[in-house]
Design a binder for this molecule. Structure first.
Ligand SMILES: [Zn+2]
Ligand SMILES: [Zn+2]
Length: 146
């Protein structure tokens, strides 16, 4: 594990320690929140980040680690490149962050999660590997006893 990995692993964990802070006013159609500051319109989460962590490095954009665009908790924000932000949008965390376990209580972690796409809509969804194995076991047993 490199220094960079360690830092990333830490920041991935750190944001879960504090709850989301939702800014209830001035909702934009895309879900982000905005305010007037210094005569211009600014996104609230960017203002919060700059007030607490300092200026956002040029060329970087803020990624909501919690996937909640209304959230202005600076602990949930990380400055990343546009490309990194897009890649992260496709991770399993982004698919359904509210659910951490399958209906049978198996964790949706990287080892136990299979990303599949619905044949009808093409939308990705998560499938629990432990449950898949169990289905397979039952199916095999059933065909044997038939
Ligand atoms: Zn948040
Ligand atoms: Zn399961």
């Amino acid at each position: 594990m490199t220094m960079c990995d360690t830092r990333k692993a830490f920041s991935d964990q750190a944001w879960t320690l504090t709850p989301c802070i939702v800014w209830p006013w001035a909702k934009k159609p895309n879900g982000y929140r905005q305010v007037y500051r210094a005569g211009t319109t600014m996104l609230v989460h960017r203002v919060m980040y700059e007030l607490t962590k300092g200026p956002i490095p040029e060329g970087l954009q803020l990624d909501h680690l919690c996937r909640n665009r209304a959230c202005i908790n600076p602990e949930h924000l990380e400055a990343v490149t546009h490309r990194e932000n897009q890649l992260r949008g496709n991770t399993f965390l982004a698919l359904n962050p509210a659910k951490t376990h399958c209906p049978q209580g198996h964790p949706y972690d990287e080892a136990n999660t299979k990303i599949k796409r619905r044949s009808t809509t093409g939308k990705p969804y998560r499938q629990c590997r432990a449950c898949l194995r169990e289905h397979e076991r039952l199916r095999v047993r059933k065909t044997r006893s038939d």
